[in-house]
Unconditional design. Structure first.
Length: 507
């Protein structure tokens, strides 16, 4: 009996193209892996192509081979940053064989199901959770049906209701054998988990988030928190560790710590099962309180292998945090640093600038709070000051439109927006956000934030002062064309100087 085949593709993110000779550990395409594992569990032959790993020529050759096999459908999981390449692949599929059904799922189609389904190179949209919808769709397509009224499907401008979300405990384990694991297991050191090459994978124990951050996709799509039970999660971790000889995992949950009872069960289960792993995950600053993550509780996390905790700090201004509906305070952010320092855990903070209504002085408070964090937790790291991305829905997005944001009206326009970006992020650059008056200041702070590192001793105040001087200097003169040009031309030198001043390497 011929086993029906489904092709799932993770398009390239922006200009990311690691290529065959790369030794960097890539990030697993968990979205297509979730759907692929579910379809395989129900009897389908699944082939996954992660286009982030390969050259354009290789991707084209693979798509030609996969389309020639006449799959039930070709599915693409599409974030906005992936849209230019997703559209390129979809056009190629239709050029090769116009009868092959092209299905888009993921964040962008979920945000814009009707709009995305109108593109002539996309036959159907899966919006919302994709596992059960993809399975039902595959069965109907095999029977020669295209049911546009099926839950979770959008077709030619019409979107049916989103499908109910399944109990995660009923889903099969992730089948990492569907991808070429050599790209994901190393041999490069895995982010924050070890200074040496290590066998590590990204995993999930929950999906969604119960909080109300006004900038977050989960709030817009009402993707409420769902989690594996502690026992079910431990079963999967134990299986993946044994199957792939893992030494570490990064739990990619957006909010791992929603339930203290579940987290405590996982801690106890790791002890009872003798699971010795290095791991890290995401946490909110407000969980660091007397009733939840105390220094003692944090030490219990460190005892079962927690190496780092990532936090969305977003801002050094309490007014901005309130404006974002973040439901945390700057004092809670500082407390998280103190607790992590006591427990020997590395806190990793991300920040945001270019928010509608945020003043330049409030943007500077981000750097001020970073310095305070570094003073109480020398191991703390800061990823970047992300430039605010306006997602549809909610008060903040309405404010953006009132301030002149021009939203693309088609897939082609979204794709062109991505192509036009200097760094090809597939989303709005600072220059495209009408409320940002000093684009140079925002882009400079965003680019150089990852260079900030904690230090001890008297140099810290000198480095902080020097950083302030550089940022303020560029801010004051950026609008002068000749000096702006010089600043851009000397960017490499500035970056090296910035790193030296903030990494403990200055003389």
């Amino acid at each position: 009996m011929l086993v029906p085949k489904v092709v799932l593709i993770s398009p390239r993110v922006g200009a990311c193209r690691l290529g065959h000779q790369s030794t960097d550990a890539a990030r697993e395409p968990l979205g297509v892996l979730a759907v692929g594992s579910y379809l395989k569990h129900h009897g389908y032959q699944v082939q996954i192509l992660d286009a982030n790993l390969y050259s354009d020529d290789y991707v084209r050759t693979e798509v030609e081979r996969l389309v020639a096999a006449k799959p039930v459908f070709v599915g693409l999981s599409v974030m906005t940053a992936q849209l230019p390449h997703a559209l390129e692949i979809s056009k190629l599929v239709k050029h090769l064989d116009s009868t092959v059904i092209v299905v888009w799922g993921g964040i962008h189609p979920t945000l814009f199901p009707a709009q995305t389904s109108l593109d002539p190179h996309v036959d159907l949209i899966v919006h919302g959770p994709g596992e059960a919808t993809s399975l039902e769709l595959a069965k109907k397509l095999q029977d020669g049906e295209v049911d546009s009224n099926m839950k979770g499907i959008a077709h030619k401008g019409k979107a049916a209701p989103t499908r109910e979300r399944e109990d995660l405990d009923t889903l099969p384990f992730f089948d990492y054998g569907l991808v070429d694991l050599k790209w994901y297991l190393g041999p490069a050191p895995h982010y924050l988990l070890s200074e040496q090459p290590i066998r590590a994978l990204n995993v999930l124990s929950s999906r969604g988030c119960p909080w109300r951050c006004g900038f977050c996709i989960n709030y817009v799509t009402k993707n409420r928190w769902r989690a594996l039970s502690a026992e079910r999660f431990l079963d999967e971790i134990e299986y993946q560790v044994k199957t792939h000889a893992l030494e570490a995992v990064r739990i990619m949950d957006e909010d791992f710590f929603v339930s203290k009872k579940r987290v405590t069960g996982i801690i106890e289960g790791m002890h009872s099962r003798n699971l010795h792993l290095i791991w890290g995950t995401n946490v909110r600053a407000n969980y660091f309180n007397d009733e939840y993550i105390t220094a003692e509780y944090a030490r219990s996390l460190a005892d079962v292998g927690v190496k780092f905790l990532s936090l969305g700090a977003e801002s050094g201004s309490d007014r901005v945090l309130q404006m974002l509906h973040k439901d945390i305070t700057t004092e809670q952010i500082l407390r998280s640093a103190r607790v992590c320092a006591e427990a020997g855990i590395i806190p990793v903070y991300s920040w945001m600038i270019g928010i509608p209504g945020q003043t330049k002085s409030e943007m500077r408070t981000n750097i001020d709070l970073m310095n305070e964090i570094n003073a109480v937790c020398p191991s703390a790291l800061h990823t970047t000051n992300w430039i605010f991305r306006p997602f549809p829905g909610g008060d903040l997005y309405e404010t953006c439109k009132q301030m002149g944001l021009q939203e693309p009206s088609s897939v082609e326009e979204w794709a062109q927006l991505g192509v036009d970006q200097e760094q090809n992020t597939g989303f709005y650059s600072a220059a495209k956000l009408p409320w940002i008056e000093d684009v140079g200041f925002v882009e400079f702070v965003s680019e150089f934030t990852p260079s900030i590192r904690s230090t001890t001793g008297p140099r810290q105040s000198v480095r902080g002062f020097a950083l302030s001087v550089i940022v303020r200097f560029l801010h004051k003169i950026w609008d002068w064309p000749i000096v702006g040009w010089l600043a851009q031309k000397t960017g490499s030198w500035l970056r090296m100087t910035f790193v030296k001043m903030t990494s403990g390497k200055a003389n």
